[in-house]
Design a protein around this ligand. Sequence first.
Ligand code: ATP
Ligand code: MG
Ligand code: MG
Length: 554
Amino acid sequence: EENKSLNFIEQIIEDDLASGGYKKEDLKFRFPPEPNGYLHIGHASSINLNFGLGLRYNAPVNLRFDDTNPIKEEREFVDSIKRDVAWLGFKWAKECYASDYFQQLYDWAVEMIKNGDAYVDSQTSEAIANQKGTPTEPGKESPYRERSVEENLALFEEMKNGDTPEGAHVLRAKIDMTSSNMLMRDPIMYRCVHKAHHRTNQEWKIYPMYDWAHGESDFIESISHSFCTLEFLPHRELYNWFVNKVSKPEDFQPKQREFARRNLSHTVVSKRKLAQLVEKGLVDSWDDPRMPTISGLRRRGYTPNSIRKFAESIGVGKRENIIDLSHLEFCAREDLNKIAPRVMGVLDPVKLVITNYEKEEEWLEAENNPEDEAAGSRQVPFSKELYIEREDFKESANRKFFRLTLGKEVRLKNAYIIKGEDVVKDEEGNITEIHCTYDPLSKSGSGTEESQRKVKGTLHWVSTKHAVAAEVRLYDRLFTVEAPDADKEKDYLEFVNPNSLEVITGYVEPSLKDAKELEHFQFQRIGYFCIDKTSSSEKLVFNRTVTLRDSWAK
Ligand code: ATP
Ligand code: MG
Ligand code: MG
């Protein structure tokens, strides 16, 4: 009986349970990143899928590092991956490394040589490629294919010990050079690489290829369902062939199944391409807040919840597609709206003088979060001179301008109703000061008749003498086009947005002075911001996470 609320992956598992092939206790999953870069938003889909299944079926999920290529892999990437998965809120059952299985894989390879299932090929990689054939033409067998077991064992041993130069030999599985699946035409199992590995150091001079290591790692860990992206569909046959070679028929066999890669608009989700952006200095680092990496999104102000919700809402599919960045932003707003304290900050200030305000200053009560009663309130200082946003004033305007104009009233948030009276301009005619009067009886929350008077707009503000200057980083899309890497003829780097970062000085209320890294705020009427890791109480630095689409009163 089909349950419509299940996605196709869950349906596969339900079918396996129903058919009796698998018991619930057999279920076990893994998330298998290669530590050759930082995790990105595409990985969040895979993480959410695998760890989500773990939660749904109360099954273990391993974090497995697919560390079979020392040329591109580093300790730093392992650490960042662990940090990011943990930050997303997931717990792995075991931390595993393909490199922990190098000896087992080697022993199995030796068995395969003995059984006539693998041989050492001493041709160049070009020659091997030239013999592969095409999907419609069979390949040609290597002249080394019929080497004796003894010779193969001796050469493989030499390869292992580093006695042969890189590129001199490879170990290939002996399958079928006429197979309609190109991957079955004697695929390479091992190559010689003499670079040190970040975990096994100089111990190994040969490294297993993905296809040889992945299914075997799944088998060793008793993974029941091994989910990967669709480009691995043709690898499934080889995955099964290798697992069959190393297991007995009665052994528990892992099962590879595929789902569609998720792409995000106006960015690239490929570690290789993201690495290029870092290397070429087009962004500052892997965690640059413009990057679609988990660490970049975190620094930008995304919450774990918003990323999990995003992954959950786009779900799993069988067809590749591009998710619009606005959907990710929507998920950020939804979560931040619930948790981010409201504060006032002015990003493009113009001075407002309240000519009839006689007091030195006063502290007014401001609600921290209308969405969360427990968030309480704080005091904000008010005085005769304030900053408001330059765009919130026009000398004269039509009826649709619900902000400050001469002769009209607006409310200052948490404070008083004011009326525009006059402006002061410099020689070029730019407004340097706006003069206004206030109604002392109109204080917010005072309950007076004056305070309940309806005015069209409400403005945010900060008191000039109390305001704290802060660096504010405003981010735009990293690429100017929706799919920068869609056209294989073009270089995606051409589409990098040269204006993806604008740095300005803003003025914020003094309650923010001691705000700490990753604290989130809603700058009222502007957007969501978070404290950057470079921020200090001497110099506050804010990252704009996302603009506020809806403001409470423009
Ligand atoms: P990249 O090209 O960014 O290096 P990858 O697939 O080579 O991606 P892995 O480290 O092998 O990166 O990825 C770990 C897991 O995450 C794999 O199962 C992979 O299929 C999955 N994954 C990677 N990118 C995406 C994506 N864009 N959408 C969904 N799953 C993804
Ligand atoms: Mg991979
Ligand atoms: Mg990759």
